[in-house]
Design a binder for this molecule. Structure first.
Ligand code: BG6
Length: 442
């Protein structure tokens, strides 16, 4: 029996005690060394007892919530002990959570080891971003509306900005974070999920293998940059002391478990190009960072300017840019920025906005992502999980940045104040292309 009981705080207020007790009565606890084959034999015996007592039909879902170094050894032991063998109509699945490797070589090695003992269809690589309703809605917005798809290409789109800004600091996760950094922690997984959903081709069916194949294909089409381009098209930075919402934040290097001479980035901005028919010439700017001014996750699609010629003889000197913004968090919304005439006798134009807010429209409570994904795994729907080819395609794009930064050491590391919108260098990444980031305002 698990040696704990829930505390009946506000968060679990809606969890009825009786229901919880019935869940608790199904829980057993087994302790063991994950490298010891005997642990898995005991686990097998225990599962067999559970399967006799409960109508599980022999189905098993293993959620490997361990440090990544243990994924392969545990996966191998599960495979070897026969715990993953699918027989008599029962399914056997394993969930693992990022990071899936720390670079291209280690991601390949991990896939290789897992696929030695498990079938791809048994492995569910979870990325909690894919459980967010608004992330899933990107596909519905694009493919269930005749409105957007005809203009979703290089003829009409000037560029795309993907922002995952966090106001939280590294906090207590120093040991993990200092060896990981913003690029590895966020880009090949969460940001690339957003990128692939926004930019992929329409899949033939809304079904696991078709969707995952298109996502992987999109990442395959991203340009793999050489070292000089990787340096030119990236900014990495570390936060220094500052204030976030009036709270003092100390320098990253003074945080617990952080090397005082650390060159780990807490912010990254990248410019990527996709070499396919739809996106040739359209830059995708990605940025993510910690200790920023506010939390903001959004995908902003900037449409090309209307020809200005018609307004040449009017007092109008510029038109606001047309943006379609998919807000992921904190606000779950879709908004459109366009130009409108200011009422009055003269022709004056201003940028205005129209917003659809999920909360206003649907009453469903916001999900954390995990419940959707775990449910999907139980019903065998892998649409929202990552496949080995997609993982490797992501690391292939990121690897040149890792290599270029390793060689550059501290030289290319910029700084930004905690509570700011990031380093100035990130502004230059767009300004040199005649563009600007959208403001980070949660
Ligand atoms: C995790 C990262 O995967 O995602 C964290 O390891 C990050 O560093 C988190 O804070 C962000 O997730 P969310 O859902 O809060 O945007």
């Amino acid at each position: 029996m698990m040696p704990f009981a829930p505390t009946w705080t506000k968060g679990c207020a809606s969890l009825r005690r009786a229901r919880w007790m019935s869940v608790l009565s199904c829980v057993t606890y087994l302790q063991g060394d994950f490298e010891d084959p005997k642990t898995y034999e005991r686990l097998r015996d225990q599962l067999e007892r559970v399967e006799q007592a409960r109508p599980t039909r022999g189905n098993r879902l293993f959620y490997i919530a361990t440090p990544p170094a243990a994924f392969a050894p545990i996966g191998c032991q599960l495979g070897r002990t026969g715990l993953m063998r699918e027989e008599n109509g029962a399914w056997r699945r394993v969930i693992i959570e990022k990071p899936f490797g720390t670079d291209l070589a280690s991601a390949r090695a991990l896939n290789h080891k897992l696929l030695d003992v498990l079938d791809e269809h048994q492995i569910y690589r979870i990325d909690h971003y894919l459980g967010k309703e608004t992330v899933q809605n990107i596909l519905v917005l694009r493919f269930a509306n005749g409105l957007f798809e005809p203009i979703w290409n290089r003829d009409h789109i000037d560029h795309v900005q993907i922002t995952v800004a966090e106001s939280q600091t590294v906090g207590q996760r120093g040991r993990f974070y200092d060896t990981t950094g913003a690029l590895r922690d966020m880009v090949p997984n969460h940001l690339f999920q957003l990128l692939s959903l926004v930019a992929m081709e329409p899949p033939a069916r809304f079904e696991g293998s078709a969707v995952r194949a298109e996502k992987a294909e999109l990442l395959e089409a991203a340009q793999v940059q050489n070292t000089a381009d990787a340096l030119r098209n990236s900014v990495r930075a570390q936060y220094q002391a500052g204030y976030i919402a009036n709270n003092k934040v100390e320098d990253y290097r003074k945080t617990a478990d952080i090397d005082p001479a650390s060159v780990t980035e807490t912010y990254v901005a990248l410019k990527l190009m996709i070499d396919n028919w739809r996106w040739a010439g359209v830059p995708f700017y990605l940025r993510t960072g910690k200790a920023l001014r506010s939390q903001l996750t959004e995908v902003a699609i900037n449409f090309k300017q209307a020809p200005f010629a018609m307004f040449r003889d009017t007092p109008i000197d510029r038109l606001a840019r047309n943006f379609l913004v998919l807000g992921i968090q904190p606000d779950e919304c879709i908004s459109l920025r366009f130009n409108a005439k200011v009422p009055g006798p003269s022709v004056t134009i201003t940028g205005v906005g129209m917003t659809f807010d999920y909360e206003d429209y649907f009453e469903a409570a916001r999900s954390t992502g995990y419940e959707t994904l775990i449910y999907d795994c139980m019903i065998g729907d892998a649409t929202l999980f990552q496949r080995a080819d997609g993982i490797e395609a992501g690391w292939r794009i990121v690897q040149p940045f890792i290599d270029a930064w390793r060689n550059a050491g501290a030289k290319e590391l910029a700084a930004y104040k905690a509570g700011s919108e990031g380093p100035e260098e990130a502004e230059h990444l767009l300004v040199r292309d005649g563009r600007r980031w959208r403001a980070i305002r949660g």
